[in-house]
Design a protein around this ligand. Structure first.
Ligand code: GN1
Ligand code: MG
Length: 373
């Protein structure tokens, strides 16, 4: 992303931010929105903000994201106040108003921008280095889920329709095979057969769906780098990137944690032999998550968490593969085969999960308080 400073300053001038602008730099590793870290000098102190341009190809109604984020953060702030949690501004995101009192700014091209206060003294990681990080980040997502357990699902907008609808993702994948607009499928027959082999995961899910999993307000993008960790204590501080907070099922949030916490490599690493589901990291993840949620989740949810991991890793693999076939229209790419490598990487992770599924089930049972006398 190329930063045009005068344009950035122009956008920022609409928001209620005081002091003197210092600089703005591209930030983070998101594939969708343009994100900048912006610094201001306020009364001698440097203060950081996150400025984001919302991707309107992906989010058809960006206003809905801003409304959801506002409602969800207000709800969490109230919950934290009730339990007298200290240091509130670092435990929940703060949205900044523009000078008209709204929480987004429309530019002359019709793009939506919003500004968030950067969480002070926090950092993120793109892959997990140790069990402590896995525990802390999963625990932060567990708390996030717990605080939202009494948020009215009818009051939360659907920001992307069918986002984690695996049947629909398979349909889109099948359509991409038919259209094959860039003649890319000729080179990848084995990968396409492999993808089809995993359709059984959707059949398993459909059988389960009839047993009704509760609809909750879920995050839907529970990547490891969407949790801010405390620089000094390494504790989970705050869950960020609330764009896809929507009514959903817990299996998806659990699944995306397994996807992004347990592999030692990044989702686009090209040495697929290094891609593995690491059991000790999975153990810490389950412990951190269920410590918060054991009393909130149903037996049916807990008993199917491992299926959630398979669902999300498979879904992500075919999302990357579909985007490769369609010519990289959705995810930002840095080189021609980027989406293809991402897909291969995710299929390697899925194979590793399949191999260790029994062990994973045992770990979930170990930390679950269900079916125990
Ligand atoms: C996208 O916001 P970002 O770039 O972290 C995507 C997620 C994928 C992820 C893969 C709205 O997330 O669903 O899991 O890339 N977000 C959207 O890294 O599609
Ligand atoms: Mg996101």
């Amino acid at each position: 992303m190329v930063t045009n400073i005068s344009n950035t300053k122009n956008i920022l001038s609409n928001f209620k931010i005081y002091g003197d602008f210092i600089d703005a730099k591209p930030f983070g590793s998101g594939h969708i929105n343009d994100t900048l870290l912006v610094r201001y000098k306020q009364a001698g102190q440097k203060v950081k903000y996150i400025l984001r341009k919302i991707n309107s190809y992906v989010f058809k109604e960006p206003k809905l994201i801003v409304e959801n984020t506002l409602n969800v953060t207000n709800h969490i702030r109230n919950r934290l106040t009730q339990i007298s949690e200290p240091d509130l501004s670092r435990k929940v995101l703060t949205l900044i108003q523009n000078k008209n009192g709204s929480y987004f700014q429309l530019d002359e091209k019709g793009d939506y921008w919003n500004v968030i206060l950067f969480i002070k003294g926090a950092y993120t990681v793109d892959s997990v280095d140790n069990i402590e990080q896995a525990y802390e980040a999963a625990n932060a997502y567990g708390k996030f889920q717990k605080y939202l357990s009494d948020f009215d699902t009818d009051k939360c907008h659907i920001t992307i329709k069918n986002f984690h609808n695996l049947a629909n993702r398979i349909k889109t994948f099948e359509e991409s095979l038919k259209h094959n607009p860039k003649n890319r499928i000729e080179d990848i027959p084995e990968l396409i057969s492999l993808a089809k082999k995993y359709y059984y995961i959707n059949d398993e899910f459909l059988k389960l769906e009839s047993k009704k999993l509760p609809t909750r307000i879920t995050h839907n993008d529970t990547k490891i780098n969407n949790v801010m960790l405390h620089k000094k204590t390494n504790k989970g501080l705050c869950v960020v990137d609330l764009d896809t907070v929507m009514p959903g099922i817990i299996l998806n949030d659990f699944g995306d944690m397994v996807r992004t916490f347990t592999s030692p490599t990044l989702e686009d690493a090209k040495d697929f032999s290094k891609v593995k589901m690491r059991l000790p990291i999975f153990d810490a993840l389950v412990k951190g998550y269920l410590t918060e949620l054991n009393d909130y989740l149903t037996d049916n949810e807990i008993n199917n968490l491992v299926l959630g991991a398979k669902i999300i890793v498979f879904e992500q693999a075919i999302r990357f593969l579909t985007d490769f076939i369609l010519g990289d229209v959705y995810y930002k790419v840095e080189y021609d085969l980027h989406n293809l490598n991402r897909a291969k990487n995710q299929f390697a992770l899925l194979a590793s999960i399949e191999e260790q599924a029994d062990e994973m089930e045992k770990i979930v049972k170990k930390y679950s308080n269900k079916n125990k006398i």
